[in-house]
Design a protein around this ligand. Structure first.
Ligand code: SF4
Length: 222
C-alpha cells in the first residue's frame, strides 16, 4: 500500500475531528472543578483512576482544602483518607502537598498557565501539565493520554509509543487552535466507541477514514 502523504493525512485528521465534533458537540473535560487549583488536583488524581471515581472523592477533598495554601500546610495523613479509593493515593497525596508548597513558594499560591512551569511541579508530568494548560487558557498543547495514544495509532496519525512523540505528530498535522478540542474529541471517542479491547467499529462514525477498522487491537492497547 502506498505511503500516505503528510498532506493527505492532514486532510484526514481534519475530517475525523470535524465528524467527531459534529457527533459529540458537548465534548468537555469530565472532571469536576471550580478553580484552577481544583483542576490541577483533579488531573493529578485522575492518573490510573477513572474520572467518575475522582469526581466522587473531590467534593469532600475540595471542601477541606480550598486552595494551594491549605494543601501546603497539610500533612500527608490528612490528605490520604480523602483520596484512598483513587489508587496510588500515597504518592498522589505527597505530590499534591509538594506541588501546593511549590505553588505557594514560587507562584503566590496560583496555578501557572505555562506548561514548562507546571511540569516543574512535583507529580505533574507533561500530560497533566498539558491538560491543565488547555483548560486554563494557557499554552497550547495536545496532551496524549492512553486514549489519544491508542486512537492516534489506530487512525494512522502516529506510529509512536512515546506520548511526547505522538503529541509531536498530532501537532504537526493540525494548527494549534485545533489541539485542545482535538485532544478531547479523541479522548471521548476512545471512551465511547474506540475501546481498547473491543472497538465498536461497526458503529464508528469515522470508520471509512480508519486504516485499522475491524483489526484486532495491539496487546499494548489493553
Ligand atoms: S473504525 Fe474502529 S479502530 Fe477505527 S477509530 Fe473507529 S472504532 Fe476505532
Amino acid at each position: 500500500m502506498a505511503r500516505e502523504t503528510q498532506e493527505s493525512k492532514r486532510k484526514r485528521v481534519v475530517e475525523v475531528l470535524d465528524r467527531l465534533e459534529r457527533a459529540m458537540p458537548d465534548v468537555r473535560i469530565e472532571l469536576d472543578y471550580r478553580t484552577p487549583m481544583e483542576l490541577l488536583v483533579a488531573v493529578i488524581l485522575s492518573a490510573q483512576c477513572t474520572d467518575k471515581r475522582v469526581n466522587m472523592v473531590t467534593p469532600a477533598l475540595f471542601q477541606r482544602f480550598p486552595d494551594a495554601r491549605a494543601y501546603a500546610q497539610a500533612r500527608v495523613e490528612e490528605v490520604e483518607p480523602f483520596i484512598q479509593s483513587c489508587g496510588l493515593y500515597r504518592s498522589k497525596a505527597k505530590n499534591i502537598i509538594a506541588a501546593a508548597q511549590a505553588l505557594v513558594k514560587e507562584h503566590g499560591g496560583e496555578v501557572p498557565r505555562s506548561r514548562a512551569a507546571l511540569e516543574k511541579l512535583p507529580g505533574v508530568g507533561r500530560k497533566t501539565a498539558g491538560v491543565v494548560c488547555i483548560h486554563l487558557g494557557g499554552d497550547d498543547a495536545f496532551p496524549v493520554d492512553t486514549h489519544v495514544k491508542r486512537l492516534a495509532y489506530r487512525l494512522g496519525f502516529s506510529r509512536h509509543e512515546d506520548p511526547d512523540k505522538v503529541e509531536e505528530d498530532m501537532q504537526a498535522l493540525l494548527p494549534p487552535e485545533r489541539w485542545a478540542k482535538g485532544h478531547q474529541l479523541l479522548v471521548w471517542h476512545g471512551r465511547r466507541t474506540c475501546f481498547a479491547r473491543a472497538p465498536e467499529c461497526e458503529r464508528c462514525g469515522v470508520a471509512d477514514l480508519c486504516p485499522k477498522k475491524g483489526v484486532t487491537p495491539r496487546p499494548a492497547d489493553g
